[in-house]
Structure formats: structure tokens, C-alpha cells
Design a protein around this ligand. Structure first.
Ligand code: TXA
Ligand code: MG
Length: 502
């Protein structure tokens, strides 16, 4: 089948193209059309053969019902019956617009349109082209999003073309969808209205108009025992080709974690992409970094999300890491889609952040093993692997005798210690390296490819001290004793920081 691309605008040609699209719908064909949320794949809602064609074109499971789109309020009576009072207030406040309501279906809507259910989803889109298409085709238009089942919903005509070219009669091109995420679905068939799918019309907005509204518990969680009431919400969805992983936590920890994953990916020959907010974008180093907009502007993020997921399909990335967003208000809709696209793979960077702590000094026989030994003897909330290394170790020097003596007088014995040189293999994504001196830090970062500004720090400045820990080399035992105290004090501050970060 050849798929017509119909450019619709105000021009005579554009308007004639819209007439062609309307005629295709009347004749039982399938037309992808813009709405303010996402592009829909439409057909005559009363024609069950056409509805079946939609399932085939999308590869959509047949139990997943379509949304019936109307242009005028009176058309609601053709789609639904036993319409509750609150619909008037909802329509007045939110229609035309990105709200879909679930009602008891009318007899005239065929079961193929509603996936076998006795209820029907209805929405009045705000997009002028969508409404005009409904009016000119003189029927209600049943439409799911115009993507191949499982893919991100299309927010521009080319997205539809890439998914469905050759499988549908026509695609109307009228620019980018303003909202970018699918409508909020509100089920009005239960005692208390329930949001089955979150969108830019939020719970708070609905509650202001109709009072209490519940949220389907499956929206942010994966729970095999809870069956989502909107059949479509149970499928993996919106997924880009690459494996998508969400990373939540403190922004700097998120960046450290993601950057380390990028480096590890590179070493194993895979390419990693990043989805970041404007605020954090400078924190990342990767081949493909895409900004999704300001974390403060949820509408912008909603608008950009699907387009960005699709853009990644044009790159060769194998893995995508995305920042996590606040799930209040519109954020709930964003996180719902992002979690589904990621198959609910979420990493908490605060917890993942550090599991191996390496103290590194010039030759690894003095202050660094002392720090490692002290930390090893302290109470920590979490199990860390604590190591000591030297930057240049030509032979496995034993522990400096004065260090050994000071540790011993504080009840810490280090038997058979020998210095070991710091190597790239020691460093993985969960490693943090501490040096006593700035110059040591710089040398490590220069020398080792896995060491960098995000994982290698001067111990004193990491905990916020201006003064470095003094080098007792060549000094008296008393000086070594002072060094012990200074390291111990600094490590106590470090433990507080590490415990807070968990
Ligand atoms: O913004 C939108 O809603 C877009 C545009 C094109 O209008 N449409 C859209 O359709 O997102 P679709 O098919 O991708 O999603 C429809 C969702 C599915 O999750 C489906 O299970 C649910 O609506 N749904 C439809 N009828 C339902 C019903 N009777 N009861 C419960 N859920 C229903
Ligand atoms: Mg869809």
C-alpha cells in the first residue's frame, strides 16, 4: 500500500488535502493525524473492519481499546451512555484538550473499537486539524497513537512515517504536537474517578473541578499482582531501540555514576548516550548527550521526551542513561512514560555511588596505608572495600616503621603490608580515590585513564578543609602522631559525608 503524505495548512492545497483525508476515513481507510498530545491513527469509530485494520497496522494486541475522538459535545451521546453529571464540568474545563474519559459504551460502538470492553474512552482533541478532520469525515474517529505498538508515540509526521509507511492509507503532516505526551485518562465508571494514565491535566487540576480523584496504583510501580485498568498500560511501551536506564539521586552523584558508565562502556566497545536536563548537561562527558529541557519546566520536558527517545534510534548508542525527574504534577506523567520506556530499570546513584575507597600516595607506604587502616577500623554504615596504593611503586616497600608504630600505639596492627602500585584495573564505576596532596591527585589523573576529576579527590578538600594533611616524612615520631590525629579527624568528617550520601 502506498501511504499518502498530506501536508495540511491554511492554503487551498492544504485544505484540499484535509478533504482527501476525510474521504479516506469515510471510505473505511486509516489516516494518521495530528492532535495536541501525539499523532493518532484514525478510522471511523463505528466501522469494526476499519478498527481491526488499526490493530493490524500497529501490531497492537486486540484487547487494547482505542480512544474515540469527538469534535462537538453532542457527539458524546453517540459514543457513550449513562453519562454522569460531572462530565459537564469536566468538558467545560478541559475540552477540547488532553483529557480522555472512560464511560459506559453506547450500543453503536462496535466491540472491536473498545477491545471487547463494555466501556469506551472518549476525548475531544484541541488541535484544529484533528477537529476539522472529525467534522469533515462526518464520523467519530477511533484512534490510538500512530506508532508501531511498543514504540514511543509520534509527535511529528515523520515519526509516523518511519513506523507505519506502507501500512496505512495516509499521514497528515501539520507540524509538531504541542503537548507531546498522551492525554490523561480518567475512568468515570467507578465510584471515585480514577486516573488510569497521567498526563498534563493533573490530579490536582481534576480535583479542583470534580472533587476526589484516585490514581491507579500501577502508574509508577511494577507489580505483577496489580492489573492496570487501562489495558494499554500493561505493555512495555515507548521504548527506544537502545537499553534505557534511569539514574536517580543527588545530581553530582548521578553525573559521577553516569560518566563512569560511559567510560566503562567505551572500554568494552559500546556507545552510551545521555538524556539530561539543561541544568546538569555540563556535568556529562559522552558521545551523545541530549538535553530534554529545563528540569523546572515540566511542559518542555513532556514536549521533548518522545522526540528525543526517537532521535536516539538514529544514533548507534547501545545504552541510554536518563536523569530522573520529580514526579509531582506533570512530572508524574513524565516519569510514568520514562519508567515504561526503561522497563523500570532504575539505579539509585546515591546508593550505587561508592563501594571501593582507595587512598593513594607517592609510594604507598606512609600516609595512604595509615588512612586505609584508620578508616577500616571505624564504624561505617556500609561495607566499603578500602585499599591503599602508591602512584609509583618500584618495589613492594613495607610499611614505614614510624607509621607502623603510631598505628600500633592506637591499637591498629597492619601485618605484612607491602606497597602496591595504583593501576587502572583498581578503578571501576564505584571507586573513589583520595590523595593527601593536590600534586598526587593531578599525577593520578594524568597517568591513569580511569581516574578523573569526578572520582579522584584530595581528602582534605573533599571534606571541606582548607589545609592538606601534612607530610611527616623525616620527622619525629611525635610528628607522625600528629599526622595520625589529623587523618583520623578528616576521616570522621568523611564518614559523615559518606553516610549522608546513602
Ligand atoms: O492523547 C491521546 O490519548 C492519544 C491521541 C491520539 O488522542 N491517543 C492515545 O491512544 O494515546 P493509545 O491507544 O495509544 O492509548 C489509549 C489508552 C490505552 O492505554 C488503552 O488501554 C486505554 O487508553 N483505553 C482505551 N479505552 C479504554 C477503556 N474503555 N477502559 C480503559 N482504558 C481504555
Ligand atoms: Mg499508544
Amino acid at each position: 500500500m502506498e501511504t499518502l503524505l498530506l501536508k495540511v495548512d491554511e492554503s487551498d492545497e492544504g485544505q484540499a488535502a484535509l478533504d482527501i483525508a476525510a474521504q479516506i476515513i469515510k471510505d473505511g481507510g486509516l489516516v494518521a493525524f495530528p492532535t495536541e498530545t501525539v499523532y493518532g491513527l484514525g478510522c471511523d469509530a463505528m466501522n469494526s473492519r476499519s478498527a481491526r485494520k488499526i490493530y493490524r497496522a500497529k501490531g497492537r494486541p486486540s484487547d487494547n481499546p482505542l480512544i474515540v475522538h469527538i469534535a462537538e459535545l453532542y457527539q458524546l451521546n453517540e459514543a457513550a451512555e449513562e453519562i454522569p453529571e460531572c462530565v459537564n464540568a469536566l468538558a467545560e474545563n478541559f475540552w477540547p484538550g488532553p483529557l480522555t474519559i472512560i464511560l459506559k459504551k453506547s450500543k453503536s460502538i462496535p466491540r472491536h473499537t473498545t477491545g471487547g470492553l463494555s466501556t469506551v474512552a472518549v476525548r475531544m482533541p484541541a488541535d484544529d486539524v484533528a477537529r476539522e478532520l472529525i467534522i469533515r469525515s462526518e464520523c467519530l474517529i477511533a484512534a490510538p497513537s500512530a506508532n508501531v505498538s511498543g514504540r514511543p508515540s509520534p509527535t511529528e509526521a515523520m515519526h509516523v512515517y518511519n513506523d507505519l509507511e506502507g501500512r496505512i492509507d495516509a499521514i497528515i503532516d501539520a507540524g509538531t504536537s504541542a503537548v507531546g505526551l498522551e492525554s490523561t485518562i480518567l475512568d468515570l465508571t467507578s465510584d471515585v474517578p480514577v486516573i488510569l494514565r497521567p498526563g498534563v491535566i493533573t490530579r490536582e487540576m481534576l480535583e479542583q473541578v470534580i472533587g476526589r480523584v484516585d490514581i491507579d496504583t500501577s502508574i509508577l510501580k511494577v507489580d505483577d499482582k496489580v492489573k492496570p485498568k487501562a489495558p494499554g498500560m500493561k505493555y512495555r511501551h515507548y521504548a527506544p531501540n537502545a537499553n534505557l536506564i534511569i539514574v536517580e539521586g543527588d545530581p553530582s552523584k548521578v553525573a559521577t555514576y553516569i560518566n563512569s558508565q560511559v567510560r566503562e562502556g567505551k572500554e568494552s566497545g559500546s556507545t552510551v548516550g545521555i538524556i539530561a536536563s539543561d541544568e546538569n548537561i555540563k556535568r556529562y562527558k559522552a558521545d551523545v548527550i541530549k538535553s530534554i529541557g529545563s528540569a523546572e519546566d515540566e511542559r518542555e520536558i513532556a514536549h521533548n521526551l518522545y522526540g528525543i527517545l526517537r532521535e536516539f534510534d538514529e544514533t548507534d548508542v547501545d545504552k541510554i542513561y536518563a536523569e530522573s525527574f520529580n514526579n509531582e504534577g506533570i512530572g508524574l506523567a513524565i516519569m510514568n512514560r520514562l519508567l515504561k520506556a526503561a522497563g523500570h530499570q532504575v539505579v539509585n546513584a546515591d546508593k550505587e555511588a561508592i563501594t571501593r575507597i582507595i587512598f593513594a600516595g607517592k609510594n604507598g607506604s606512609s600516609r595512604s596505608p595509615m588512612a586505609a587502616a584508620i578508616l577500616d577500623n571505624m564504624e561505617l554504615d556500609k561495607n566499603y572495600e578500602i585499599l591503599s596504593r602508591g602512584i609509583l611503586v618500584q618495589f613492594p616497600e613495607p610499611l614505614n616503621p614510624k607509621i607502623e608504630a603510631v598505628l600500633s600505639s592506637n591499637g591498629i596492627e597492619m601485618e605484612d603490608y607491602h606497597a602496591v602500585e595504583l593501576k587502572d584495573e583498581d578503578i571501576n564505576s564505584t571507586t573513589i580515590i583520595f590523595t593527601m596532596e593536590e600534586s598526587h591527585r593531578n599525577r593520578i589523573i594524568d597517568k591513569l585513564s580511569r581516574a578523573n576529576e569526578d572520582n579522584t579527590f584530595v581528602l582534605s578538600s573533599y571534606v571541606g578543609n582548607e589545609l592538606e594533611i601534612p607530610d611527616p616524612y623525616g620527622g619525629s615520631l611525635q610528628l607522625y602522631g600528629l599526622c595520625y590525629e589529623s587523618i583520623k579527624k578528616t576521616l570522621e568528617d568523611l564518614v559523615n559525608i559518606l553516610d549522608q550520601k546513602r
